[in-house]
Design a protein around this ligand. Structure first.
Ligand SMILES: [Zn+2]
Length: 498
């Protein structure tokens, strides 16, 4: 027997089996019983919340030979034919696949004909917002005066994109995201039927990650079973999703709150070593911070989507952060998520974002002041402050200059010591344990900025060469700047110019 995806096997066949949309199922069943169905319905809502399943059940219910309390019997020839997608009077159009022009034209030509097999012709148009304007206009003509034997069910994840003229002809139902507990319960029923054993934590994590979509939840479960077999643990789920645990996510934020760089980099290094996706970690962290925001604003815990064992720590963290702070954190992380799409250095991007958060926390006021002060100062003529031959001796003074222009760069340079300054080249060294500081300072943008500030301070062009010591306090091998840069950015994007 060929394999069938779980979400197909467990697709609801009756209104009573649709999860989390009782408000819609009840209204539709009552309309069926009272014989007061509208001619056109619009099902709106996020993906995987039951729109298409409800449309099919409704199509069956109107054509069923033995309906029971508004439910299809799922046994008569009409129900069976619809289930097998071989029923001539139920037509499904996927507007996303070809934008629907031919189908809608065809629909307009044939709509007048009476149903061939059943009582009513049902047109289900999925992702209807994808129709072209031309197709919408054709559809509108048929919606204006539909023959009594026709029922339209339009489904969309994006109702804003549907013309008002079409909206006004439909009775609209909004499908909600399904709550985590309901998803969890349904998954538990499925695994019981499939004879799969799954830990409660694994089940809850899948339910949470599906963020309100039952189909996604079942698909994730399916992947986990394919990966782990009949015994699914939380580690399998994390592996399949490429996510880190809630505890790890909380620990990451905790490192930021404690301004503990070492802990932060240790965590990130261990995530990278175990093959976690930086993109996913970032998403997990954004979602976690959103939950903290909710903890701060929601009176009851209803909307909170965190597991019990993390809740105490989460509440502490939420208390530590004001709403503006939390929203700033979410914004900064979302910005990093956007940048990530164009970056082949996801770890550096994530690290920089987290370090920014630490600095934001440490110096929220000064950062703003320096940026406003630094700008008008820039066009002024360069004033030579420090004699270049005493650059090393006056490093403290230089650092002050850097601090005035960038608290962030200053923070990264505090662990560096100046070693030599010869022929315009300043060598600075980082002890082995400050590899991250070294890496950050070595990024071209940062290095250029530092060079610019120092050059201004001493009144001559200064090239800065950072070095990283090994555990013994030596410089392990002579890497040229090109090699250093290649190490940082990948050799394929380095262009050497004399
Ligand atoms: Zn039936």
């Amino acid at each position: 027997m060929s394999y069938r995806a779980l979400y197909r096997v467990f697709r609801p066949q009756r209104f009573s089996e649709i999860k989390g949309q009782d408000h819609i199922s009840t209204t539709l069943k009552n309309a069926l019983l009272a014989d007061r169905l509208a001619h056109a319905y619009l099902f709106c809502g996020p993906r995987g919340t039951g729109k298409t399943s409800s449309a099919k059940i409704l199509a069956k219910a109107v054509n069923c030979l033995h309906p029971q309390d508004g439910e299809p019997c799922n046994q008569c020839e009409n129900c069976l034919a619809i289930n097998q997608e071989s029923f001539l009077d139920v037509l499904e159009i996927d507007a996303a696949s070809n934008r629907g022009i031919d189908e809608i034209r065809d629909l307009r030509d044939k709509i007048r004909f009476a149903p061939a097999q059943g009582k009513r012709k049902v047109y289900i148009i999925d992702e209807v917002h994808m129709l072209t304007t031309e197709a919408f206009n054709a559809l509108l003509k048929t919606l204006e005066e539909p023959p009594s034997h026709v029922l339209f069910i339009l489904a969309t994840t994006d109702p804003q994109k549907i013309p008002l003229t079409v909206l006004s002809r439909c009775q609209r139902f909004d499908f909600r995201k399904i709550n985590t507990e309901e998803i969890r319960q349904h998954l538990a029923d499925i695994v019981a039927e499939e004879n799969v054993s799954i830990s409660p934590a694994a089940l809850t994590t899948i339910a949470r990650k599906a963020s309100g979509g039952m189909r996604d939840a079942i698909s994730i479960l399916d992947q986990c079973i394919a990966f782990a077999g009949k015994q699914v643990e939380i580690s399998h789920v994390e592996m399949v999703l490429g996510t880190i645990s809630e505890e790890d996510t909380a620990a990451l934020l905790q490192a930021v709150l404690e301004q503990n760089y070492q802990k932060l980099f240790d965590l990130l290094t261990s995530f990278a070593a175990s093959g976690k996706e930086m993109k996913q970690i970032l998403r997990d962290l954004i979602e976690y911070c959103r939950q903290l925001l909710m903890l701060n604003v929601a009176a009851d815990g209803q909307l909170i989507n965190l597991s019990e064992n993390i809740l105490i720590l989460a509440r502490q963290q939420a208390k530590q952060l004001s709403l503006p702070q939390l929203s700033k954190i979410v914004n900064r992380l979302s910005e990093a998520e956007k940048d990530l799409r164009y970056s082949n250095q996801p770890q550096i991007l994530l690290e920089t974002a987290l370090v920014d958060l630490i600095l934001q926390q440490a110096q929220p006021i000064q950062i703003q002041q320096t940026t406003t002060v630094a700008k008008p100062a820039a066009p002024q003529p360069v004033r030579k402050l420090i004699a270049s031959d005493s650059l090393i001796q006056q490093w403290g003074e230089i650092m002050q200059q850097i601090r005035q222009q960038s608290i962030k760069l200053h923070a990264f340079l505090t662990e560096a010591k100046p070693v030599t300054f010869e022929q315009g080249e300043l060598i600075i060294r980082f002890p082995a344990q400050y590899k991250f500081h070294y890496n950050t300072v070595s990024q071209l943008d940062n290095l250029r900025k530092i060079e610019q500030i120092i050059s201004q301070a001493v009144g001559q062009a200064v090239k800065v060469s950072p070095q990283l010591e090994n555990e013994q306090g030596n410089i392990p091998q002579e890497l040229t700047l090109v090699e250093e840069t290649a190490k940082l950015f990948g050799s394929d994007i380095i262009e050497i110019k004399d």
